[in-house]
Design a protein. Structure first.
Ligand SMILES: Nc1nc2c(ncn2[C@@H]2O[C@H](COP(=O)(O)OP(=O)(O)OP(=O)(O)O)[C@@H](O)[C@H]2O)c(=O)[nH]1
Ligand SMILES: [Mg+2]
Lengths: 138, 210
């Protein structure tokens, strides 16, 4: 795993992408984290205090689920989704090293969230690639 | 892996407490959590514990304040020490920036200490890292039992077992009573922050203070 260097421009753009994802999908919180459990960016209404815990738990949970997939010869399970009475959580891979977590309630639905998450992911993956290039060029 | 943000001028590092089962890793985090003020510490999260055995990990996020221009944020983790939970240890070790190895001073645990340090070495290798290029601090825990009925390993013997070339800083401690916990923690924070900032800032012609 490599270190991550985030410039102001990159972070501002990540925030924009996450913000428009919220608006378009109707989700209330979205986090971008690395697979070591560290928070990169967070937008939404979730209690700030709980965000660090959510990031650490999600990374571990994702890692455990991937380890389970490998027991069955799968590379990973691509759709990770937890459904509750009120709150639902959707997880996706962002490239090899990052995860996006989207939290939504019954004001919206999984189909729309997945669609908007996929759009957001494309933006962010492109951005990470570019961020790396810039970093190596400076 | 560390994260550095040039928007908020923050550096985030991950420190893992490693060591044999029942050695006192979780107790270290509990003691640190109790000792720190509210502005520094976040919530201590212990998931999946059975009695005093960690089954998954403990997690304590904290904000160390500023060093020079940068605000330092640290996430502390413990691994489950029991031998059979190696898959979980590997998960928690992912992206680690600094390690505290909590060794158990009980004579009966001599072998467990050596085995656990070997296991750490192997698990790091799986990530393409090596013990020699990561900040590591050793802690010889449970020294409060000296003079009690249980036999303790002399510190010199633990050094010979775990730190034969004296390469790593080491501290006798009692995680339970609090002795040595702060010293261990301060040392690993310093070493990790120095290491991470050298790695991340040097290429940019920067240092922590300038
Ligand atoms: N006397 C004494 N007991 C200690 C000390 N530190 C921990 N203990 C006790 O040792 C037991 C195990 O401590 P933990 O902190 O749970 O150990 P751990 O390393 O987290 O163990 P695992 O989660 O199984 O890996 C507990 O009963 C602690 O109270 C110490 O410094 N002195
Ligand atoms: Mg424990």
């Amino acid at each position: 795993m490599a270190d991550l260097i985030l410039t102001k421009q990159t972070l501002d753009r990540i925030d924009q992408v996450l913000q428009s994802l919220l608006t378009a999908s109707g989700a209330h919180t979205v986090l971008l984290i690395d697979k070591a459990g560290q928070l990169i960016s967070f937008q939404g209404t979730m209690d700030q205090e709980k965000v660090a815990s959510l990031a650490a738990l999600t990374a571990a949970n994702y890692g455990a689920t991937t380890a389970i997939a490998r027991l069955f010869g799968e590379e990973e399970f691509t759709l990770l989704f937890h459904k509750g009475k009120e709150e639902n959580i959707h997880f996706s891979n962002v490239g090899e090293e990052y995860l996006m977590i989207t939290v939504f309630n019954n004001n919206t639905h999984l189909g729309l969230v997945r669609l908007e998450v996929r759009k957001g992911l494309e933006h962010i993956e492109a951005m990470f690639a570019e961020n790396l290039r810039q970093w190596f060029n400076t | 892996m560390a994260i550095i943000s040039f928007r908020s001028d923050e550096i985030h590092c991950k420190i893992v407490y490693y060591g044999p089962g029942r050695g006192g890793k979780t107790t270290n985090l509990i003691t640190i959590h109790k000792a720190l003020g509210h502005q520094v510490r976040g919530e201590l999260l212990s998931i999946d514990t059975a009695g005093d055995r960690t089954l998954f990990f403990d997690f304590l996020p904290m904000d160390l304040g500023s060093i020079g221009k940068f605000r330092i944020k640290i996430s502390l983790y413990t691994v489950p020490g029991q031998v059979r939970y190696n898959d979980t240890r590997k998960l928690v070790l992912k992206g680690v920036d600094g390690i505290v190895f909590v060794a158990d001073s009980l004579e009966a645990r001599k072998g467990n200490n050596v085995e656990s340090l070997g296991n750490l070495r192997e698990n790091l290798q799986d990530q393409g890292k090596s013990l020699s290029d990561l900040p590591l601090v050793l802690q010889y825990n449970k020294r409060d039992l000296a003079g009690s009925k249980v036999a303790l390993l002399p510190v010199e013997e633990m050094e010979a077992d775990l730190n034969s070339n004296g390469h790593y800083p080491s501290f006798p401690a009692s995680a339970l009573k609090g002795d040595g916990v702060r010293e261990t923690f301060k040392k690993i924070c310093m070493m990790t922050v120095v290491d991470v900032s050298a790695r991340l800032l040097k290429d940019r012609g920067m240092s922590l203070t300038g």
